[in-house]
Design a protein around this ligand. Sequence first.
Ligand code: C2E
Ligand code: MG
Ligand code: MG
Ligand code: MG
Length: 282
Amino acid sequence: RAKKYGGNQIIFFASEMNVQIKYKFELENYLRRAIEKKELFLLYQPVVDLQTGQINGSEALIRWNHPNLGLISPMEFIPIAEETGLIHEIGKWVLMEGCRQNQEWFDKGYDELFISINVSARQFLHPTFVEHLHESLQYSGMDPKKLHLELTETGMIDNVEKSIAIMQEIQNLGVRISIDDFGTGYSSLSYLKNLPIDTLKIDRSFINNFTSETVDYSIVKAIITMGNGLSVKVVAEGVETYEQLIELKKMNCDYAQGYYIEKPVYPDRFIEIMNNKKFQIS
Ligand code: C2E
Ligand code: MG
Ligand code: MG
Ligand code: MG
């Protein structure tokens, strides 16, 4: 097909592709060393309880600061980590560091905080995962109930039986399970009914431009109603305005997270926010 565009075009595509492949290959090599070089770190985005207006926990979000390339988004390097299998080691580091941080806060008297940690499907399905989870809990000494793991529907759909088994194992440890980006995957509701989950996180694409007139509004409302019916907690992601916050509270949504409340921040800033912010939601 490319032939009809002529020879030059093919060469252009090929070299363009080479650049991309080379860049990815470079990233992969750098990523291999990123943990030992201490280039990875976690930011924490506050999660607010809509009933009390208080910050109840945080989501840990990974960042990679490369000395030459600068800050690289997880959207860019997590897929590479998944493809190459580096996700197991990186994921282990995230678990260890997230649990450690949450326990540090606990020890300082912020003893109600939960921490939500993203887990890739490939990481989750690997036999070492539950081992790493054990280690993180033991090493940090944190209460397992305060650890929430965020999984996506898409990752589990091909491995439903196995996923359920692992989820059960995790819940037996006392750890909570959230479905991240809910509404964007393909899972059917009957499948959802059989999943041992504690929380649904409504994908931010539905929250973005929802006002009482939109289809997204109905979808968000339906998800919250369903969550209440299934006795799972519901978190709204990507809340950017006060109006959205108010609407979500009216809808009986349990928790909210988003730039309106706070961006993902460094641990010091998180404590500052804990000390100073309470959200008036009414
Ligand atoms: P996610 O788990 O759905 O995380 C939410 C993303 O939305 C974060 O992007 C967060 O910074 C962003 N966000 C939060 N509030 C708002 C808002 O009000 N508006 C907008 N536009 N965005 C908002 P981030 O930190 O770039 O992370 C992107 C994705 O990378 C995450 O999506 C998650 O899938 C993945 N990720 C991040 N950290 C980890 C990790 O430690 N392990 C794994 N496996 N994946 C991770
Ligand atoms: Mg998440
Ligand atoms: Mg999400
Ligand atoms: Mg996600």
